[in-house]
Design a protein around this ligand. Structure first.
Ligand code: SF4
Length: 108
């Protein structure tokens, strides 16, 4: 039987512990499969709210979308703050529940 060397196993070998994924999303960004550019409704397995941290600071900009034609983003500072809040909330939960020590951030 051939074994598969997964990315998770690679990270575990490299860092000598399990590396936990921290999925974060940026308010104002969307997906062409959700916003109607290509399709509407998104993929059936993609329900961002179900795996995103939920705090009042994060909820504040939900439903807001960037104008792709604009050269400036007046919400950048708030979005950066949200990323930090999301990372801190999710990584804390993973630390508390699973004893996680190392994290890999990825954008939803
Ligand atoms: S998984 Fe979600 S973000 Fe990715 S293409 Fe599908 S709807 Fe868009």
């Amino acid at each position: 039987m051939k074994q598969i060397y997964t990315y998770g196993n690679y990270l575990k070998d490299k860092f000598a512990c399990k590396v936990y994924k921290v999925g974060i999303n940026i308010s104002g960004f969307t997906c062409p499969n959700i916003d109607g550019t290509v399709a509407k409704g998104g993929c059936t397995f993609c329900e961002n709210d179900s795996f995103s941290a939920s705090t009042n600071e994060i909820k504040e900009l939900k439903g807001f979308y960037l104008n792709l034609d604009s050269k400036e983003n007046p919400f950048l500072q708030k979005q950066l703050e949200q990323l930090e809040i999301q990372f801190n909330a999710i990584s804390k939960r993973q630390k508390d529940v699973y004893g996680a020590e190392k994290f890999l951030v990825y954008f939803q």
